[in-house]
Design a protein around this ligand. Structure first.
Ligand code: ADP
Length: 356
């Protein structure tokens, strides 16, 4: 008697002409193989009731069996209609990446936890890159606490939408030479965003993928704080080149940085980390810009970077002006203070790291 493997290897020679020449076996269309004395019955599963190629495939399968089966063994091919097995669940089928087709480097700005100044760094880095002459966009993916509208003085503005065929596009808000997009533009001010789980995840992917970014050298993605499923899904579905991690120098931040680092180095994500930005590295009083007070000890960021094999992209002091400019919507990186220049230095380093 023939073995099932032999029958399958015969059917491997039967290709589906409309499915990239994949065989019936690769397409998982072989529902059943029944082997009896003197007869082999194969059942093919079709995803649709009226598959235009059904007759052709049944005929090809039968011909292949007759050609290879020993003399006198009958070949029969039956069919059954069945939902096709879903292709490996990597990406939802409707993920349309065409809005990113002219975007050079997509870089996530991440932190293991909130409050370390991730958004401040993201916004200022975007402005600094634009000052260096790059075309820059920033997507505020911090759906729980979108701060980009406030930090850029664009709150209350409403992005325009336009229709192109059956797709609706959203135009980013432009200011300071940067294209900004945030879920905050679509929520009433002060209204808490209570999205959780998949809904938040879809909202923020849509906010990146449905935007007509146009031509950009850099698209920074201000990631939500933390390191949960939403992050992994975001990094897997948005074609990010890599990420920058923002931290404060305190020892207690170490565990959070480790989580952030592990997230990107995780096998299912595996994206390069361009380095660490240490925020709030020292305190400089407004009136004495030359003074530095290391409230959390010196070189905490450098030690963390070394520990995780990362480059330290730069250090940003705590200065009143950074918070004030965040509140007033005029990012610090627009100015010429030492902290403004620190953002420019980080932008320059990042630019050269990604070869921009
Ligand atoms: P995250 O995005 O990590 O939650 P934010 O960027 O929103 O953090 O910053 C939290 C608060 O700290 C904001 O009010 C911001 O203006 C302030 N802040 C961040 N970095 C600095 C800094 N280097 N100096 C002074 N204030 C800062």
């Amino acid at each position: 008697m023939m073995r099932r493997e032999e029958i399958l290897s015969i059917l491997e020679g039967v290709k589906h002409p409309a499915r990239g020449e994949q065989s019936l076996v690769e397409l998982e269309m072989i529902k059943d193989v029944e082997i009896q004395e003197g007869a082999v019955t194969v059942t093919l599963a079709f995803p649709k009731r009226r598959d235009p190629l059904a007759e052709y495939l049944i005929g090809s399968a039968r011909a292949a069996l007759i050609r290879h089966l020993p003399e006198g063994v009958k070949a029969e091919v039956k069919t059954v209609v069945e939902e096709a097995p879903k292709p490996a669940q990597k990406k939802p089928l409707d993920l349309d990446l065409s809005g990113l087709s002219e975007v050079g480097h997509i870089i996530g700005i991440a932190s293991g936890k909130g409050g370390v100044g991730k958004s401040t760094v993201a916004v200022n880095l975007a402005v600094a890159l634009a000052r260096l002459g790059f075309k820059v966009g920033l997507a505020d993916a911090d759906v729980y606490g979108p701060s980009v509208p406030t930090m850029t003085g664009t709150e209350g503005q409403t992005p325009q939408a336009f229709q192109d065929g059956d797709k609706e596009w959203i135009l980013p808000i432009e200011k300071y030479g940067v294209k900004w997009m945030s879920i905050g533009y679509f929520a009433d001010r002060g209204q808490a965003l209570i999205w959780r789980g998949p809904m938040a995840c879809n909202a923020l992917k849509q906010m990146i993928l449905q935007v007509a970014w146009g031509e950009l050298d850099f698209l920074l993605v201000d990631m939500p704080p933390g390191t949960g499923d939403i992050h992994i899904s975001l990094v897997q579905d948005i074609p990010m080149e890599g990420a920058v991690i923002v931290t404060t120098p305190q020892n207690v931040a170490l565990a959070d940085v480790e989580k952030g680092v592990n997230m990107f180095r995780n096998k299912s994500v595996a994206k390069p980390l361009f380095g660490l930005v240490e925020n709030m590295s020292w305190f400089t009083p407004e009136a004495h810009p030359e003074e530095r007070y290391y409230l959390f000890g010196r070189d905490g960021g450098a030690a963390m970077a070394a520990r995780f094999g990362l480059d330290l992209l730069g250090q940003i002091p705590i200065v009143q002006g950074i918070r004030e400019s965040g509140d007033s919507g005029e990012p610090a990186a627009l100015g010429s203070r030492p902290d403004s220049l620190a953002f420019l230095d980080i932008a320059r380093t990042l630019g050269s790291k990604v070869g921009a």
